[in-house]
Design a protein around this ligand. Structure first.
Ligand code: SF4
Length: 244
């Protein structure tokens, strides 16, 4: 299924066709088919190098180590995340890491003190995450996300494939549980993000991520105390030239 098909049949129809076709396939098989057959050379994994990211990173390293991996370097990450990214890239032999960063002039104009997260987190996410990601994805027809259904009520309704304007989002782990992820990590002896053991089951930017107590929603440490639940990269149609 190509982007042309998506445009031809309409977003919802095309996405549901893909869903019907691959709904019972394993995450690894679905990824292999998406990378090699559905979107060869036109698909990227978007990874935060967060708590569970190693699962998809390992899967794509087994399929094709040159698969593009887009990392949005917001400029506000934990130092542990950047070190983990570098260590994982070396360990897995990934050869095509695309680090995308905010526009320097925009940061100088709108967030010169790196404190916009406190006064306007939506705008901060726009200029530090949404716009850089949109620019990085401009040359791809599809992207792979690591979202899981158990993370939030909204994510529980996610399909395997989503149409997003002219692009398709592939969500191979939507049906996975926290136990499935742990089992995969153990089976393949993969290194965890160092902050997980310190009480961070979901890891974003440093100023907007706090520890989570046992029994709390894993994402409750993100933007704690604010209504905000997502950074915006999944809530809009990504288009660097549009209103994002
Ligand atoms: S998560 Fe926080 S610091 Fe990071 S871009 Fe969003 S508002 Fe800014």
């Amino acid at each position: 299924m190509s982007a042309h098909d998506i445009k031809l049949f309409g977003d919802a129809v095309a996405a549901s066709r893909l869903e019907t076709r691959f709904g019972l396939v394993s995450a690894e098989s679905l990824l292999r088919f998406a990378i090699r057959d559905l979107y060869p050379g036109r698909i990227a994994l978007v990874s935060s190098f967060g708590a569970d990211s190693v699962v998809l990173l390992h899967m794509i390293s087994e399929i094709d180590k040159a698969t593009p991996v887009v990392f949005v370097d917001s400029g506000q990450h934990f130092p542990e995340t950047l070190a983990y990214r570098d260590a994982l890239v070396e360990r897995l032999g990934l050869t095509n890491i695309v680090n995308t960063t905010p526009d320097a002039a925009t940061l100088a104009r709108e967030d010169p003190e790196n404190f916009l997260f406190a006064s306007d987190p939506d705008r901060c996410c726009d200029i530090r995450k949404v716009v850089p990601l949109a620019e990085a994805l401009d040359s791809y027809d599809a992207w792979i996300t690591g979202r899981k259904g158990f993370q939030t009520a909204d994510r529980a309704r996610l399909p395997l494939f989503e149409a997003e304007g002219e692009r398709v989002k592939v969500n191979p782990l939507v049906g996975w549980s926290a136990g499935d992820l742990l089992a995969y990590i153990k089976q393949h002896d993969l290194p965890p993000h160092p902050l997980v053991a310190k009480g961070f089951p979901s890891i974003g930017c440093l100023p907007c991520t706090s520890r989570v107590s046992p029994g709390e929603d894993p994402r409750s440490g993100r933007w704690r105390g604010k209504a905000k639940q997502e950074c915006g990269i999944h809530g809009v149609t990504l288009d660097a030239g549009g209103n994002i």
